[in-house]
Design a protein around this ligand. Sequence first.
Ligand code: ADP
Length: 399
Amino acid sequence: MRSNQPALTNQSAQPRVGVIGGGQLAGMMAGAAKALGLKLIVQTANATDPAVAIASQSIIAGLDDLQATKKLAAQIDVMTFENEFIDLTALTPLAAAGLCFRPCLKTLQPLLDKYKQRTYLQAIGLPVPQFAALAAGQNPLEFGFSWPVVIKSRRHGYDGQGTFVIGDAAALAAFWQRVKLPASEPDQAFLVEEFVPYQQELAVVAARSVTGEIVTYPVVETQQEQQVCRRVIAPAAISDAIATQIAAIAQRLLTELDAIGVFGIELFQTADGKILINEIAPRTHNSGHFSLDACPTSQFEQHLRAICGLPLGDCTLKTAGAVMVNLLGFEQAESSYPDQQQQLAKLPQTFVHWYGKTQSHPGRKLGHVTTLLDTADRQAALDAAQAIEAIWYGDRSRS
Ligand code: ADP
């Protein structure tokens, strides 16, 4: 099926790519662009942001600086994103004037607000946890939920920052006391959903091309601590039936969205083998970082291939397994941790990716490490992750 979306803006021989955002995802995309011989320009707030050193060019301006986006638009053939903090209303006139966004704004429209995303997924028949919009001060028990529940910011949450597990009435009262409600539309700030007692968290990265071809990377297990991704095991230990079900979810979703580019799909698997979608990220995703070293085509190259109208690449695993560990900040510091980086690089079949951030603070994603494995055994992946974390965190406990 061919997508009926706008063509590239200027149709240069080699499409020039604009990215609104300049963090590590844009940085890794810029690395892939170099390898493909594509020009990539980022718009990002600070000259020290990770993508600036790697991109062909940068426009230093806030992501919501529309004048800067217009300047960027004049220099590129296709505009893409590295995060979901997108102001669709502001960008709509640019799309109307012929700027080619991939994914397009219509694709993004149902995904940027977590409540609208859940509503959309449910409407197209995909499995989601029970959920409801939550007005300011409201008690979820009023509409049939029981403790614990999960309250989420509808917009601008990341790395669990907008996700709150609420165990009882006292915790709910404390939550409403401490939360800062937005001045406009305070009743549309949160949603509530059932707490899913998942057996494991899974994720899949999928890509769709302009011709409607869809490819999916292997389904992975993701492990979160305090709602932040700590490690990713590829492939996940799941049955063929579950893998097929997840591939079908990806296929249905990307087709229905008329998506172009790479999308991350986070899932819960329950003890009785049910699959529920946690979240769709309309962009490259942390759960796909292993693909840089473990697959012939990384998710970053794949995204560029998809949005530039190139044929999609091979996303199978080159080895039997792989494990990716996020290097999270554990202190307030200004350091690139050269000793730890050197020690990590000495581990067998191990690749260190440092994002070049100049400031570390607890929980900040500073880099990641991938170890390739000659087995798909889950325990071997956990052991390899443990070796990485022992070097990175030292005797600071894995909190
Ligand atoms: P973010 O968008 O900030 O990453 P998520 O909604 O993905 O936030 O939540 C982060 C983590 O919180 C999830 O990976 C999961 O571990 C936990 N979580 C989120 N929603 C639920 C839920 N309904 N039930 C149980 N755990 C949840």
